[in-house]
Design a protein around this ligand. Structure first.
Ligand code: AMP
Ligand code: GLY
Length: 432
């Protein structure tokens, strides 16, 4: 039996709206929110809202103490890197989100790769670390091999460039000089991507349904990388292009990573997000995130049928082993509406009118509500999630709601279609 609980959500995107919705299903949960701009969906569910930089640990702590908040769910990576969890924990607030040192698994790619190497965790691509653009360039000049080039720190998923995909060798040699801080150069992985997220209490991991995100801005996976344009899951929580062996290997890599962090004296508590490339020889780690994915949170939390408040409590008290975690065996399709011109030159202050939504769930992101209208900002605007017995049904529900919105926004119509799924399956057959 869960007693009354005051829970804070940090963050203002679609992911945090999904967290708020999931928590709000427990009528005893009282939601508080700290966000850098007003998300109209979260505001509607929250008892009190604090508008603050999401990295301002002190103002968030004071807000919690003032309102007797005992738990906090951290949505984005920036507050994790800023040590918000460390500050809240010291004040006695239990956090679903890792402390700053453990969050380095996402915020510091050099740390992540070195940890995997030291603990001999499988799924590690060949990698090299450079402290300057000059050193990175001289390495690249000596090879014709295709590599992925990544700034070691956070870039909102937009700093990675792949030779042979986004740029050629010469352009790569120039690109490394544009990067600040350490540079990670790693083997270009070929395959199909999938995301495995898990609840983690420091030692136990409970997996969530597999999700596939779509990073590219345009249909057919063209255009610049974005924070994610949409995502889907299947009723069996797996994908036909990920075998049982691949899945077990990916989950084992995540468990080993959590064990490695514990062994280093930085136990991991929160959501671990594993981004994998399923290659000819099995899953390889593209990256870890120290939080739910956005949009991926909207898929999995829309399916969660057990009490999320109880799960947050189990994560933060080390009792996840005994927690009830059940996801409905249905498909989900999430489609983000983004301002025209996003991500390079987004049209802001565009007026939107929504149409019939039917059973689609609407999650707000970077959008302002003015009366009956919604006004676009510079980032992803809002998302629709369709839930169905089949992918086709879920896709139809999300697509109908997304295409009924009138105003200067666009979305990817191909996300969650059977054709895209078949393309992934076919690609996997070709490389294996
Ligand atoms: P990240 O910010 O690390 O998630 O990278 C963004 C995107 O770049 C990923 O979703 C992949 O599509 C791609 N990517 C990253 N690392 C690699 C790699 N080693 N090989 C191929 N593609 C990669
Ligand atoms: N959708 C990818 C991410 O949240 O990093």
């Amino acid at each position: 039996m869960i007693t009354d609980s005051n829970i804070l959500i940090v963050g203002s995107g679609g992911r945090e709206h999904a967290i708020a919705r999931a928590l709000a299903r427990n009528p005893q949960t009282r939601i508080f929110a700290a966000m850098n701009r007003m998300n109209p969906g979260i505001a509607e569910l929250a008892y009190k809202v604090l508008i603050t930089p999401e990295t301002d640990a002190e103002s968030i702590r004071n807000f919690c103490l003032q309102h007797k908040v005992t738990y906090a769910c951290i949505g984005p990576e920036a507050p994790l890197e800023a040590g918000v969890v460390d500050t809240l924990t010291k004040a006695g607030i239990k956090c679903m989100g890792p402390a700053k040192e453990a969050a380095k698994i996402e915020t510091d790619k050099t740390f992540c790769r070195n940890l995997m190497k030291k603990h001999q965790i499988p799924g590690l691509p060949e990698f090299y670390i450079f402290h300057s653009g000059t050193d990175a360039e001289s390495f690249l000049r000596k090879t014709t091999k295709e590599f992925a080039i990544k700034p070691s720190g956070l870039t909102g998923g937009k700093g990675v460039r792949i030779i042979g995909e986004h740029l050629d060798h010469d352009q790569a040699c120039q690109y490394v000089h544009e990067l600040a801080g350490d540079i990670v150069i790693e083997e270009r992985l070929i395959g199909e991507e999938f995301t495995l997220q898990a609840f983690v209490d420091g030692k136990t991991l409970v997996p969530m349904p597999l999700v596939q995100d779509h990073k590219r801005a345009y249909e057919g996976d063209f255009g610049p990388n974005t924070g994610g344009m949409g995502s889907y899951t299947l009723p069996d929580h797996r994908f036909p292009f990920v075998s049982d062996d691949d899945y077990n290997q990916a989950f084992s890599i995540m468990k080993k990573t959590v064990n490695a962090l514990a062994a280093e004296g930085t136990p991991y508590i929160g959501i671990l997000y594993g981004q994998f490339m399923n290659t000819a020889t099995g899953p390889m780690v593209i990256e870890f995130n120290a939080r739910f994915g956005d949009p991926e949170a909207m898929n999995v939390l829309s399916l969660l049928s057990s009490d999320f408040t109880a799960i947050v409590m189990a994560i933060t008290s080390g009792t996840l082993e005994n927690a009830e975690v059940v996801f409905a065996e249905k498909a989900t399709v999430c489609k983000y509406l983004v301002p025209e011109g996003y991500p390079d030159a987004p049209v802001t202050d565009g007026k939107l009118v929504t149409g019939p939504e039917n059973s689609a769930i609407c999650y707000y992101a970077s959008v302002v509500k003015e009366g009956d209208h919604l006004i676009t900002q510079s980032s992803r605007t809002m998302a629709y999630v369709g839930i169905g017995d089949s992918l086709q049904e879920a896709e139809r529900i999300a697509e109908e709601a997304a295409s009924a919105v009138i105003g200067p926004v666009r979305h990817r119509r191909d996300i969650g279609t059977q054709m895209v799924l078949e393309k992934r399956v076919q690609h996997m057959k070709e490389i294996r």
